[in-house]
Design a protein. Structure first.
Length: 235
């Protein structure tokens, strides 16, 4: 059986400020996928909604009370970003599933038949972090990698606290004490790891790796099971 890896790719990674950096990041990601494919690995990429999700939700946030409806808008944003990557990888001949699956079960079954599966969100009530954790558990990946735009999990939000300390390693319980466990975020709200994903990782006894996905080398190291710059979270 091939070794399977699952990566949650934060939506913000698809849109660096500079167009030049954007092409470079897409190019390096593409190269990494070709390399993994060449080594007979399977890869599930679960892409976040980033700007389109937040923008869509923002348009009607004051007008719609039902949070599940806002979540559906967010999911549409994740699927747009997933389609961008799916088409990019297909265009260079990677064996990518021809559909963007709508459930973890469908993604798991597509991973039996294709080297790469790219998906976004599934149902309201959580973010793509949770989808990625569930897919990682379903395909028995070593861990679920959460590639975002911060380098480490910190003791506090480093954007607002100068004394926030980065963790190189920690346990899921310690992560849960920071993020909360099993409490859904507001539609479009972001956290270093979704509390619903922390709960799913606890349920599955699955390790997590949180790293800065702007640097593809860190992502490759984590996929290869090498020491990587970021936070390793043990179940
Ligand atoms: P994201 O997974 O993009 O959330 O989902 P995020 O944590 O903000 O990730 P980044 O910033 O892109 O990395 C965006 C929104 O889509 C809805 C939620 O409202 C979420 O906040 N969503 C997403 C769901 O309801 N279910 C899903 O499976 C995925």
């Amino acid at each position: 059986m091939s070794i399977s890896h699952v990566v949650a790719l934060g939506g913000s990674l698809l849109r660096p400020e500079e167009a030049q950096q954007r092409s470079r990041w897409f190019g390096l990601l593409r190269q990494m996928v070709v390399h993994l494919e060449g080594n007979g690995r399977r890869l599930g990429l679960v892409v976040g909604g980033g700007l389109p999700a937040r923008e869509g939700i923002g348009l009607v946030k004051d007008l719609i009370e039902d949070r599940h409806r806002l979540d559906e808008i967010g999911i549409a944003g994740t699927r747009l970003n997933a389609t961008v990557l799916q088409q990019l990888l297909q265009s260079i001949g990677c064996d990518v599933a021809p559909v963007v699956p709508t459930s973890v079960e469908q993604a798991r079954s597509l991973m039996d038949r294709h080297n790469v599966v790219v998906m976004g969100g599934t149902v309201p009530g959580h973010t793509t972090d949770t989808v990625a954790v569930k897919l990682a558990a379903a395909v028995q990946a070593r861990h679920c990698i959460i590639a975002t735009n911060v380098a480490y999990v910190h003791s506090k939000d480093p954007r607002y606290h100068d004394d926030a300390e980065p963790f190189v390693s920690m346990t899921l319980d310690e992560l849960g004490a920071i993020t909360g466990v099993g409490v859904p975020l507001d539609p479009g709200a972001s956290a270093v790891v979704d509390p619903m994903a922390v709960e799913a990782a606890m349920d599955a006894s699955l390790d997590l790796a949180v790293l800065d996905g702007r640097d593809i080398a860190r992502l490759e190291a984590a996929i290869d099971g090498q020491p990587f710059e970021g936070t390793l979270i043990r179940a």
